[in-house]
Design a protein around this ligand. Structure first.
Ligand SMILES: NC(=O)c1ccc[n+]([C@@H]2O[C@H](COP(=O)([O-])OP(=O)(O)OC[C@H]3O[C@@H](n4cnc5c(N)ncnc54)[C@H](O)[C@@H]3O)[C@@H](O)[C@H]2O)c1
Length: 359
């Protein structure tokens, strides 16, 4: 494992029981949601616990305000610790609170979703949504400890598990080689993922992400590769409300098609085919149209979702507010092939035109 930049404890593969040894109950606050408290509350140390809404609804200014109020009521001081027990929504919120409370207190995280184990709990990025835009307010706060236990995953619903697979597939595309081949050959369904395979899947993602983060913690270069699938993915998420990874899946497949149009030729086309096939095995959308249909099956029909052109226009409009935009261009992680991703500045107008007509 590379130098993780996580401090003395770093990433530990152990169950929730290990939290007790890492936290002083008189100076720590746990943050989790009601479902996780119901499932795993008995395994948590006897610290004060703040419950936040489930899923993306946790990443909200009013929820953050409520969390600050609880930290004030509990008197969490500068020597205290905030520990997130949950998926990426809980850790994004709690990490932001840890980075800002009293100008920063200690932070630990026990990820409970596949997505958080392979991605969100690692690397120190945190934040909340604002004005309907993803992660608009946030900062970096490396956790002192990431406590990872794949034994928490059997209770995770299939939809959420597949969401994590999208980020794992993204990592496989960035690294290529045996990493992607392992995903293709041994990770096609949940039933195929016995514990050793699941641990390998999570370990491959963690090694890739933590290696990149150690080399570029503040995202000034290489770390931008990890945004693969996220430029269009975040726009799809805003327009559909699909779980994060499902929107990223559509963004990832679209990015391959864009690479094809920008001279990627046969290699980009072959990559697009392999990735779409793998995404399809997990029921993940591999195009904007599949994302629209997936959202339609989950949400009430709306003007945005009912017709493809209106949906494409909504995704294009959401792209305009991308954080990575600067001077009319977006730094876009473009997959030329599996194992070959480059970051290129692409004019916003080109991206808008692409999502309005992409297959
Ligand atoms: N900070 C980062 O680097 C980073 C990276 C990727 C994604 N994210 C963010 O992560 C968020 C998505 O997080 P997520 O996919 O982990 O899901 P989530 O945190 O939104 O949780 C989804 C649902 O799963 C439930 N759940 C969690 N663990 C469970 C378990 N073990 N058993 C049963 N139910 C469980 C939760 O109660 C919730 O209802 C998005 O907001 C995304 O932007 C952040």
């Amino acid at each position: 494992m590379p130098d993780l930049g996580l401090g003395a404890s770093g990433l530990v593969l152990a169950g929730l029981g290990r939290l007790a040894g890492a936290l002083d109950p008189s100076a720590s606050v746990l943050v989790t949601d009601a479902e996780l408290r119901r499932l795993y509350g008995s395994e948590l140390p006897p610290c004060p616990l703040v419950e936040v809404p489930r899923g993306e609804a946790a990443k909200d200014l009013a929820v953050l305000e409520g969390l600050y109020a609880e930290l004030a009521r509990l008197g969490l001081d500068r020597g205290g610790t905030i520990a997130a027990v949950g998926g990426g929504s809980v850790s994004d919120l709690a990490g932001f609170a840890a980075a800002t409370w009293l100008r920063g207190v200690d932070f630990c995280v026990a990820p409970t979703t596949l997505l958080a184990m392979v991605d969100a709990a690692l690397g120190g990025k945190n934040g909340i949504d604002f004005g309907g835009r993803k992660n608009l307010v946030g900062t970096f706060r490396m956790p002192r400890l990431v406590l990872c236990d794949v034994g928490l995953l059997p209770s995770l619903p299939d939809l959420e598990f597949a969401s994590g697979m999208a980020e794992a597939i993204k990592h496989g595309v960035i690294e290529g080689g045996e990493h992607f081949e392992f995903l293709e050959s041994e990770c096609r369904s949940r039933a195929s993922l016995d514990r050793p395979r699941l641990e390998r899947l999570v370990g491959l993602s963690q090694a890739l992400k933590l290696g990149i983060v150690a080399r570029d913690p503040r995202e000034s270069g290489e770390r931008r590769l990890l945004n693969l699938g996220h430029t269009i993915g975040h726009a799809v998420e805003s327009a559909t409300g699909l779980p994060h990874g499902h929107a990223v899946a559509a963004g990832l497949a679209s990015a391959f098609r864009l690479a094809g149009r920008r001279g990627g030729g046969r290699r980009a086309a072959a990559g697009a085919e392999r990735v779409s096939s793998l995404l399809g095995s997990w029921g993940l959308p591999a195009s904007l149209e599949e994302a629209r249909l997936a959202a339609l099956s989950r949400n009430a029909p709306s003007e945005t979702l009912s017709e493809l052109p209106a949906f494409r226009a909504a995704v294009a409009a959401a792209l305009v507010s991308d954080k990575k935009r600067s001077a009319g261009e977006i730094r876009f992680a473009l997959p030329r092939a599996v194992g070959e991703v480059l970051v290129e500045a692409i004019p916003l107008a080109e991206l808008e035109a692409f999502v309005k007509e992409a297959p």
